[in-house]
Design a protein around this ligand. Structure first.
Ligand code: GUN
Ligand code: FE
Length: 453
């Protein structure tokens, strides 16, 4: 059921405000011809009954069945598209070994465009089926394969931000994978931006280009400086990794004598449209700089458990007013599901608050500051929060936003959520969805009001 030009009668949830969930009961959402939300009427609103009757009489009323819940689509703020073939494997070594042993050899394979087409097709389809309506993608260094990722998102209808990875530092990149020169890194970045912006199938900017220095260790200063200039000129998004692990954080301190955040800032890479992946070891001053620049952090709770050796202080960042989105970090995190990453965000926050060493008494085990979040904050960060971080009008059901949404069918036979009449109600149903729903419960996905799954 395509919803452009129609009205949907549905119940569900959204979380425009951090920490608050609005339970939507029998709302009428009117969707325009471009997939934008024209109006959201609640039963108590004037005009509700007439709008419903008019839409029904005109054959424009679609009704979500009982037991189905409308949610905003998920916004995955950190995905390495080429790493999908190793999702769920290669988790046994530290980051710096993982890159050289598993990840660079896999990414190098995208020189082969047939391989890229196959892998990217599977990834984008699977992410949509998991309810991810927007994804911020790192691709590879390759121009052709990265264009195939752009084409694939446009063909399958996913909202996406795609970056050709820039990595030209011969001291840390292998000889078989990387940009051959500063010029290759910069001209390749510009060429991809032009390709996305002038793509004949991308007139509504469903896909956006992203300036993508992999991380400081992979890039020469000349490339970081050039990418900063490109980002300023094109005004497009920027993504990179920052202060992820002790090794990476220490490398930047040793090479530049300052933190990732300060170094990226001096290259002009910290702006309103910058997404910093991980950020586990950000200092208080870094957090303040990121807040002032209105940049954002992509929190990747599962990946951080394997590669960071630390838990990102999500609650502290949110309380400080830093923009934060949630990321799967495929394949650093072994799940493509944003629901699973919501759960992980809650779980990790609890462990950060209590501490984990059973040999310590409770008062020494705890971190000493409140760190826990609940399903409300996790859901916000996975939807409206991520969208705000990316400055995109999605992630909530409000007039003027685009209709990117999913349906959770709590009665799906092969699903994993079970609701009990008389026991479950209100935002507790969302809590159950966040903790127990799975791909089999996602019965429909819309992007810009059009069914994509
Ligand atoms: N740092 C540089 N590259 C990567 C990557 O591919 N994954 C993660 N998690 N961290 C990185
Ligand atoms: Fe990453």
């Amino acid at each position: 059921m395509n919803l452009r030009g129609k009205m949907l009668l549905a119940s569900g949830f959204h979380a425009p405000v951090l920490g608050e969930v609005e339970v939507l009961t029998d709302v009428l959402i009117s969707v325009g011809e471009s997939g934008e939300i024209v109006s959201v009427l609640r039963p108590a609103d004037p005009g509700y009954a007439k709008a419903k009757a008019d839409a029904a009489a005109g054959g424009r009323l679609e009704i979500l069945s009982e037991g189905s819940y409308l949610l905003p689509g998920f916004v995955d703020c950190h995905v390495h598209a080429p790493q999908y073939p190793q999702l769920g494997s290669a988790l046994d070594v530290p980051l710096e070994v993982w890159l050289q042993k598993y990840t660079f050899p896999l990414e190098a394979r995208y020189q082969d465009t047939a391989f890229a087409r196959h892998a990217y097709g599977l990834l984008v389809e699977d992410l949509i089926a998991n309810g991810t309506t927007t994804a911020l993608y790192f691709a590879t260094v390759h121009q052709d394969a990265t264009r195939i990722l752009v084409d694939t998102c446009l063909e399958k209808g996913q909202r996406a931000l795609v970056g050709k990875v820039a990595m030209d530092n011969v001291d840390s990149c292998p000889d078989y994978y990387g940009d051959a020169s500063v010029d290759a890194a910069l001209s390749g970045t510009s060429a991809l931006i032009d390709y996305v912006r002038h793509h004949p199938d991308n007139r509504d900017d469903r896909v956006l280009p992203v300036v993508t220095p992999r991380f400081i260790p992979s890039c020469t200063d000349a490339t970081l400086e050039g990418l900063g200039a490109i980002a300023r000129d094109c005004g497009c998004h920027v993504q990179t990794h920052a202060s992820e692990s002790d090794w990476e954080h220490g490398y930047v301190l040793a090479r530049h004598g300052m933190t990732d955040t300060d170094s990226l800032d001096r290259f002009g890479l910290l702006g309103r449209h910058t997404m910093l992946a991980h950020g586990n070891l950000l200092t208080a001053a870094d957090m303040e700089t990121i807040r002032i620049r209105q940049s954002a952090v992509a929190h990747c709770p599962l990946s951080n458990a394997y590669f960071a050796g630390a838990v990102f202080p999500l609650r502290a960042a949110l309380e400080k007013g830093v923009n934060v989105g949630l990321g799967t970090d495929i394949s650093g995190g072994p799940s493509a599901s944003m629901l699973e990453n919501c759960r992980a965000a809650v779980t990790m926050s609890r462990l950060l608050e209590t501490g984990v060493d059973p040999n310590l008494p409770p008062d020494q085990r705890a971190s000493g500051r409140p760190a826990r979040i609940d399903f409300r904050q996790a859901f916000h960060v996975a939807t409206a929060g991520g969208a705000k971080a990316l400055d995109l009008p999605v992630g909530q059901f409000v007039a003027g936003y685009q209709f990117d949404a999913i349906v959770i069918d709590s009665r799906a036979e092969k699903g994993s959520i079970r609701l009990f009449d008389g026991l479950d109600g209100g935002d507790d149903i969302l809590q159950k969805i966040v903790f127990t729903a799975s791909k089999a419960n996602i019965s429909r996905v819309w992007i810009d009001g059009t069914v994509v799954a």
